[in-house]
Design a protein around this ligand. Structure first.
Ligand code: GAP
Length: 426
């Protein structure tokens, strides 16, 4: 089985990701995160927020509405320019984005001996329309195609209501929607997805622009590395002039070596004064009185893509088990507690006590089904760093066995030492 099939199957089996609306044959480009997946997704977003907002003194947060006045999207250029070029294979009538060369090449290979003839590219706007109100004519609006515009339209509100001074950033995490022509590669290209973005406002100056652009590139790469992604699977790729978004003066992607090839999971964009000038917003320096339109350096990551790449990167197969070598900070469950046997009341009661105690510190699972080996395998598959077993000896001396996910080695420690041992890796 190909690695992607294995990951999709693991996600379904362990409650990580389910196909959207599955009992009604699904819906292309939409995915649901299960009980395990939502924990990992929240961890990912929390780590990002800690690093990008709490870890700095020059960034504040925001949570803007998904639906905005459509004038926002006209001003930002998305109504006119948020388009993808669609081509159709004249042999099998499948549709593709002509700017995704690797996908075009892969399709041409499928037809082996036949020479693929493509239709001329047609441009399609990928903003998702919604209609508001109950009486006709309903008001046409859009689900946001990037979370970014919510930051720009609140630029003045943030400046006036906080103590931020240029250079400073506004961070946001939230859902975005795109009517993608070719959703695919599991969650990689979805129609509903989440973004985690920073808009960093600087003085309009070429040197400042270059300095902050390269600083943010490195800072963002560091974040992925700090959460354990294998450096060899990461690279920067500068955008060619003709692939840059309409708002970008220049752009670089952070790419991951996915099973389907090098793939973008975060874009660093120099947006210049494109957005603020479109929204007619300026900044006045309170000390010098100087008024200008700031430039923006943006870091725009996909939560779902990062999630997928952390899964792929941590996926391990050994002779007798599959496990996710996730950074403990990302692991959905931090510890699992097992009673060695389920028919000894005092062992089960002790295990429940330990479970409740750990649960008040971090996400903890309790499992008394089947044999202990199967319980280990189930936790390994969702990347739980530690499994704790309560046995006969626990009742005598208050010690338990603690098993390390990566080495499978077991150690005996006191119940009192459990919280400290697990917390150390978080
Ligand atoms: N505000 C800038 C912006 O939206 P982008 O490069 O179009 O830039 C940023 O998107 C990130 O959002 C991408 O790097 C990717 O991680 C994520 N993303 C974009 N389209 C996506 C899709 N259809 N499905 C999942 N994630 C997507």
């Amino acid at each position: 089985m190909e690695i992607m099939e294995k990951i999709v199957s693991l996600c379904k089996r362990r409650g990580i990701i389910f196909p959207g609306s599955e009992i009604y044959e699904g819906i292309t480009g939409f995915w649901d995160y299960g009980p395990v997946g939502v924990e990992m997704k929240n961890n990912l977003k929390r780590e990002w927020w800690k690093y990008m907002v709490y870890g700095r003194e020059d960034v504040v947060g925001l949570d803007a509405a998904i639906v905005m006045n459509p004038k926002v999207w006209e001003a930002s250029g998305h109504v006119k320019s948020f388009v993808d070029p669609l081509v159709e294979c004249k042999i099998c009538h499948q549709r593709f984005r002509s700017d995704k060369k690797s996908e075009i090449d892969a399709h041409e290979k499928l037809h082996k001996d036949e020479k693929v003839d493509w239709t001329e590219p047609k441009m399609f706007n990928i903003l998702t329309e919604v209609y508001l109100g109950v009486t006709e004519p309903k008001q046409k609006a859009y689900l946001r195609g990037e979370i970014t515009q919510g930051v720009f339209v609140n630029f003045r509100n943030v400046v006036d209501s906080t103590r931020v001074k240029i250079p400073f950033g506004i961070a946001q995490i939230g859902k975005a929607f795109r009517n993608e022509i070719t959703p695919g590669n599991f969650t990689y290209r979805s129609r509903e997805f989440e973004q985690m973005e920073l808009e960093y406002f600087i003085k309009p100056n070429e040197e400042e622009g270059k300095r902050w652009f390269s600083k943010w590139k490195e800072t963002r790469l560091e974040w992925y590395k700090s959460l354990g992604i294998n450096e060899k699977n990461l690279r920067f790729r500068d955008h060619e002039v003709d692939e840059r978004a309409h708002y970008a003066r220049f752009a670089t992607d952070i790419e991951y070596m996915a099973p389907f090839g090098w793939s973008e999971f975060e874009g660093i964009h120099h947006r210049g004064d494109w957005d603020l000038s479109r929204h007619k917003l300026t900044y006045k320096d309170s000390e010098t009185g100087e008024e200008y339109t700031p430039w923006v350096i943006e870091t725009s990551g996909g939560v779902d893509r990062a999630f997928l790449f952390f899964l792929i990167d941590s996926y391990r197969e050994e002779e007798k088990r599959i496990f996710l070598k996730l950074h403990p900070k990302l692991a959905p469950v931090k510890a699992a507690v097992f009673p060695l046997v389920r028919n000894k009341e005092n062992i089960v009661a002790k295990a429940k006590d330990v479970y409740k105690m750990l649960k008040s510190h971090f996400v903890t699972a309790f499992d008394d089904r089947g044999n202990i080996g199967k319980r280990y395998l189930a936790q390994d598959e969702i990347g739980t760093p530690y499994c704790v077993t309560i046995d006969y000896q626990t009742l005598e001396d208050g010690t338990v066995t603690i098993r390390d996910r990566d080495t499978t080695k077991q150690e005996r420690i006191k119940i009192d030492e459990l919280v400290g041992t697990v917390s150390k890796v978080l």
